[in-house]
Design a protein around this ligand. Structure first.
Ligand SMILES: [Zn+2]
Length: 449
């Protein structure tokens, strides 16, 4: 009898224990549920903010696009709050109604700008004797035009390199490898001057010639958006690594293309691929460093300087559109490009009705970059720091205060779309785009003008 009671008591105790365990488990699963809901909410906020930021850069067009891309029920954060949100007075305050390079320079001198973001393209390196890509006749693409490629960008197209042939790239690789004879230009030295003055927040470059480093831009201030020849490369197909030395030797020793191909054939068994240097090809993702910094950098930027780029390669081309509405943008280039073509008038172009004072922040100094920055440094009182060799008589005399017709935001939906994708998802199928179509993918793409 006693044994039965003991066993019953044991049984009850065991049931109670189980009950307690079930209760504890229900409680902890509730906590987990709450944590999951919280996490989802926070994640959605981040996504909404990213979509909002991009849409803001795109203006009205972006608002509609963003509405489609938000989940039902999500509110539209910051969308359409671009120009419409700033009062006339706030716009006036940005450059005091004097939309010129002189006005920007005065504000730099008085300490109004502390986080300058510089965006550089091939035009900054042409005076160093490095051919840019798009200049008719002398540009790199002019050379490859005779080779019968599907299009000139095929030279740097990952899928062409992998599936058709690496020949075209290997043919020009030797010409592209940075060498000791390349010397930084005035434009590069200008960025170094900004850094020395404690003004440079970040320098983004599309160039792969390494001249920014050589000019002394420090590693932590520099983002080589399209990679560089420095560092180990990898197989285009399977990503097997290939050391820098091997790549450099194969490409720069004067070998025939067939010999280069033999030396740079992927050594992983069964892989048909070839090795390439760590420069970004069309269809490839931009470096992680770009992807994890551009949103904050452009948001914090208080003066955006764009130099020597046609702003035709996404997602880089979207960067100027991501700065705050109160951030002035200064362009040194041969012609108006990207958002500057929206907000400024070409020579001979007329203002339309109602556009008289819509540009309050975009300034362009047209001509070659070196001349433009010499002139700007003169206004900043930093000509000695720059080197003071040149007289600064550029082709872009007359300052940048072109009349305006601006929408202030980015041009077309294409570039913003690429950025959105690279914020949220970086592994989407690549697609070529035309202006105004949001591309699906955060990879390097050519935006057709
Ligand atoms: Zn491989």
């Amino acid at each position: 009898m006693a044994a039965t009671i003991r066993s019953t008591n044991d049984c009850i105790a065991s049931i109670q224990k189980t009950q307690a365990r079930v209760a504890a488990s229900i409680e902890s699963s509730k906590k987990l549920d709450n944590a999951w809901v919280d996490f989802q909410r926070q994640f959605q906020d981040v996504i909404d903010k990213a979509i909002g930021d991009v849409a803001k850069g795109l203006g009205r067009e972006g608002r509609d696009w963003a509405k489609e891309n938000l989940r039902p029920g999500s509110k539209l954060p910051a969308i359409g709050e671009g120009d419409d949100k700033m009062t006339k007075l706030e716009k006036f305050k940005v450059l005091g109604g004097d939309v010129s390079m002189q006005s920007i320079a005065r504000r730099v001198r008085s300490g109004s700008f502390k986080k300058v973001v510089v965006l550089m393209g091939a035009g900054c390196s042409t005076s160093a004797g490095i051919p840019d890509f798009r200049t008719p006749g002398s540009g790199l693409y002019a050379q490859v035009e005779k080779w019968g490629l599907p299009c000139k960008e095929s030279v740097f197209d990952l899928s062409y390199f992998n599936k058709k042939s690496p020949d075209a790239f290997y043919r020009i690789a030797n010409d592209m490898y940075p060498r000791n004879t390349f010397v930084p230009t005035t434009a590069h030295r200008f960025v170094k001057v900004l850094q020395d003055q404690g003004l440079l927040h970040r320098c983004y470059t599309q160039n792969i010639d390494g001249l920014e480093r050589r000019a002394g831009i420090s590693e932590d201030r520099l983002i080589e958006a399209h990679g560089s020849f420095d560092g180990d490369g990898a197989c285009g197909v399977c990503q097997a690594p290939c050391c820098e030395q091997k790549l450099r030797e194969a490409c720069t020793s004067g070998f025939s293309v067939d010999e280069i191909k033999k030396r740079l054939k992927c050594d992983k068994e069964g892989c048909p691929g070839h090795f390439k240097p760590p420069i970004v090809f069309f269809g490839e993702n931009l470096p992680q460093r770009f992807r994890s910094n551009f949103t904050n950098d452009m948001d914090e930027c208080d003066l955006c300087i764009v130099m020597g780029t046609s702003l035709q390669v996404a997602p880089f081309s979207s960067l100027p559109a991501l700065v705050k509405d109160s951030c002035p943008r200064l362009l040194f280039n041969r012609e108006l490009v990207g958002c500057f073509a929206d907000s400024l008038l070409e020579e001979g172009e007329e203002l339309e009705e109602g556009e008289e004072d819509s540009n309050y922040r975009d300034v362009a100094e047209l001509g070659n970059c070196d001349d433009g920055v010499v002139k700007f440094c003169g206004l900043l009182g930093l000509q000695n720091e720059l080197g003071g060799i040149r007289d600064g008589k550029g082709k872009g005399e007359g300052g940048g205060a072109r009349k305006s017709g601006g929408k202030g935001g980015g041009k077309g939906g294409g570039k913003g779309g690429a950025l959105r994708a690279s914020v949220l998802k970086s592994r989407l199928p690549n697609a070529r785009v035309s202006k105004g179509t949001p591309p699906r993918g955060g990879r390097m793409q050519h935006v057709k003008a």
